[in-house]
Design a protein around this ligand. Structure first.
Ligand code: MRU
Length: 358
């Protein structure tokens, strides 16, 4: 998608280094950063220079490539595969991508291992781009249906950033929106600010602006009243891990939005590539939920009058704060799952049928 009119993907490999857009500096500064070692890749995931489940997966895949470039000893690669998996716990795409890379590399000799790894990392990213594009084409059908009845601007609420910046391209939740806009359907996006890291305000609104899609940032607690007023036609969110039961783990605050949508008969869709489905865990209590540093709550970042990025304390110095990063929306509150294969009910039987699982 575009930034200042130029097409980008979120991650690419060039001259033996991995290049990313440093998302900790957006929307104020657009900086392309080079990852040269597997440690750089792990750090980029940890401090959220890259974030969003599919992009974390893509970065981890390239992390394996960087590890091999440094040292193609099996023990070194295995140790760093584990370190990559540990770098953030909730988004399952991370483990999925590392396991896929390691499976591909098993039995490959030292002369070929780098080429094979690089090809597979590129394939993981290309596949994600294609899957997200298909999510968009499938989700477009829902927007078209609502538009055929309403015949007026479709107002869509989204939470966190599940846009192209969270994936390789297109995004998950935003892909149907980009496709609808390209087809000439008038859309407007209510963007949840998404405290504490403000992915909605800093990333979703930014990327929608760059694609000229009308959007308005709202405080996280505003969705309820907008739904009561009939100002939201549908919600679409992304997910970091969706269980085969249809329960959806996503950025903290998603659950409350789903409850409000349920109470107001607003359709609540979740957009995801199959790499985000956890086919093993059955109970939401077993999902590893990330708890991050409370400083993300107590301090806010922005630019000063000289366009310098500054961090300031906004809480009382003595107050404790708690920063749980994700929550789980039970399947019963989800209208449907928009995947690369089609749209299905959020249930084990529907997911198994769609993905041909026994
Ligand atoms: O903490 P983040 O920014 O990595 O969380 C991202 C989200 O919760 C996204 O909504 C999710 O990964 C879906 S990505 C297309």
């Amino acid at each position: 998608m575009r930034i200042e009119g130029k097409e980008y993907r979120t991650i690419w490999y060039e001259n033996d280094v991995v290049k990313i857009i440093d998302q900790t500096k957006l929307p104020h500064k657009f900086i392309i950063k080079e990852l040269k070692t597997v440690r750089d890749a792990i750090n980029a995931i940890k401090i959220m220079e890259v974030r969003g489940a599919p992009l974390i997966g893509g970065t981890a895949a390239y992390g394996i490539v960087l590890a091999i470039q440094e040292n193609n000893d099996q023990e070194f690669i295995k140790k760093n595969a584990e370190n990559l998996i540990q770098s953030r716990p909730t988004a399952i795409n991370l483990k999925w991508a590392v396991n896929r890379m390691m499976k591909k590399l098993s039995g490959i000799n030292n002369d070929q291992i780098l080429d094979v790894a690089l090809k597979e990392a590129k394939e993981i990213c290309n596949e994600d781009e294609k899957f997200c594009e298909n999510i968009g084409l499938n989700g477009l059908k829902i927007i078209e249906e609502i538009y055929s009845k309403k015949k007026n601007t479709i107002n869509i609420l989204t939470h966190c950033n599940a846009g192209w910046l969270a994936t390789i391209n297109w995004g998950t939740a935003t892909s149907p929106i980009y496709h609808a806009y390209k087809k000439g359907i008038p859309v407007h996006v209510w963007v949840d600010e998404t405290r504490p890291r403000n992915q909605g305000a800093n990333l979703t609104s930014y990327e929608l602006n760059e694609e000229e899609i009308p959007n308005t940032i709202i405080a996280d607690n505003t969705g309820g009243i907008l739904m009561q007023r009939g100002e939201i036609d549908m919600c679409i969110v992304g997910t970091d891990r969706t269980l085969s039961t249809g329960d959806v783990c996503n950025k903290i605050g998603t659950y409350l939005k789903a409850l409000a949508a349920y109470d107001n008969n607003v359709p609540f869709y979740v957009a995801l590539p199959s790499s985000t489905i956890d086919w093993n865990i059955k109970d939401i209590k077993d999902i590893p939920i990330e708890e991050r540093n409370s400083e993300e709550l107590s301090h806010v970042e922005g630019v000063d009058e000289n366009n310098e990025i500054k961090k300031v304390l906004v809480y009382p110095k003595k107050s404790k704060a708690m920063n749980i990063a994700f929550d789980v929306t039970p399947a019963k509150y989800v209208t449907g799952l928009i995947t690369e294969k089609g749209i299905c009910e959020a249930s084990q039987s529907a997911l198994k049928k769609m993905f041909n699982k026994k």
